[in-house]
Write a protein that binds this ligand. Sequence first.
Ligand SMILES: [Zn+2]
Length: 211
Amino acid sequence: MEPPRQAAWMIRKIFHMRKFWPMLASQQQLQDRGKFQIKCAYKILRGAVTTVPWRGLVCHNVACPKHVFILWLALLGRMRTKDLPLKWGMGINGTCVLCNNQPETIEHLYFECTYSHEIWLRILQWLGWQRTILDWGREWNWVQQHSKSKNPRNVLKACFAAVVYEVWCERNSRVFQSKTVTMDKMIHMIQTNMCIRVRENRNLFDTICSL
Ligand SMILES: [Zn+2]
């Protein structure tokens, strides 16, 4: 069957693709409980995918998209920390600008650095957690493990994303603009941001306001 002459480009494309469907899947594969399901077709077209272990941290995170984006980069190991240009042989000062004490690496920034360590510790205390902060790999794993429930404490991973983002911004503003923000101001910024982000979710908002 040919598409109508006046049909839009998209409709023509759909008509064209129809002949490929029998090659892609059987009727049963496209059905769920006897009914055609677009999600079945989507999964077949998409093919098999591998999931990353930190998927739960970036999916369904109520944090600002820019916070989640920077968290995603950090989890992928794509942050341009100073250890990279040093490996390429560039003669730069590789010391962390937040503590001026240790070489800057992703593991140092999150959360070996005394600056970021203190911020994350105080945000955790604000959320009601009293615990020892672990290294980067074990810390994001812990956050993911404790963000699975529908408990209002689900702001945990949003706060984690906010801390990762704000620490990175502070590092950049010290490196490129020689500007600094006090720790108290940064913590206040993160807390305010969380209140704004969750204001449409009554449970989360009430929890945050009661902290
Ligand atoms: Zn440091």
